[in-house]
Design a binder for this molecule. Sequence first.
Ligand SMILES: *Cc1c(COP(=O)(O)O)cnc(C)c1O
Length: 385
Amino acid sequence: MLTDQQILRIPGPSPIPPSVSRAMTQPMIGHRGQSTSEMLADIRPKLKRVFGTAQEVLILTASGTAGLEAAVVNAVAPDDEVLVIVSGAFGERFADICRTYNIQTHIIETEWGKAATVSGITGALEAHPNIKAVFMTYCETSTGVLNPVEKLAAEIRGKSEAMIIVDGVSCVGGVETKMDEWGLDIVVSGSQKAFMLPAGLAFIGVSERAWNKIEANLQPRFYLDLKKHRDNLIKDTTPFTPALSLLFGLQKTLELMEEEGLGTVYARHELLMKMTRAAFKALGVPLLTVDEDASPTVTAVKPADFEAEVLRNVLKEEFAMEVAGGQKVLANKIFRIGHMGYCSPADLLQAIAAIEIAIVKAGREIELGSGVRAAQQEYLKGANR
Ligand SMILES: *Cc1c(COP(=O)(O)O)cnc(C)c1O
């Protein structure tokens, strides 16, 4: 095995393009200088396009979870009642953050591996008419589900004035997001998933309606006060020292995404999802989710007759390839393949070929190559590109 090779096929952190790595090694600059302002001026409109918003997308030096916490402390007042749609571990995290701030938190939970439904929300909104904010996860990374955010948001908008707050950490940048058109109030993402960067930046899009609420909200916050970040960002600066190296990288990844074309980026993720799913179907290894609920950024596989952990170990030991395991109730039951950000069809064919070997080593008989072939066929179907 090549001792310095790492093949990361987990749902974040994800691989980093060489040109982005190089951009991040630029010599340090002063964060109050002209170069930093110019860099932020270049980043701002591009980031807005990825979020599908005309509003400012704030950039915090923080992991994605701080972005989620910022959404809670800015948009929810201490006495507010909120609803959290839980479809996996990250939905639970949103609920945990709300409870930490003693916010009255209602939950609707879908079975892990299934998408949230509109009908579930209708009932919850009718039962709790005072709900001021609804939290949801766009891609539920723990199960590989892409929740139907557009439909859920339309239902909430039709039934209440509640703010719609979305955790898009593991898919914004890889999946189309139309924050303004869908009526989303806060959308959070992070740098280490579809944005092809190391961890360390949280991105937060905020609607005009949410700003009104934030301005009036007495909940204490300091670093996470989004007003400070907005008031500075619109002047192409930051309230505190930003992670400049990550900003060098962000400027480059946004440039790469625009060069490829955002529509093409999203189509590539779709194709990667289809190739992955076709492979496991051909191999007869069950997927956790149905096609309609599947995320273009991560696929969860639920083997019936071999151990997911054995497969993961073979991949790690023999190919230096990492796929993720299951979280919480899905621990040891599934493995998850990340295909977000810097991932090409060729990368995926490599992963599937290695996974086939690991399946055999985990004790399951398969016809070698049948998964790869199915993925190749899927590629050819989708590849009049
Ligand atoms: C990765 C992830 C997060 C954030 O995780 P951090 O480790 O705090 O960056 C939040 N939500 C989802 C859906 C994620 O996939």
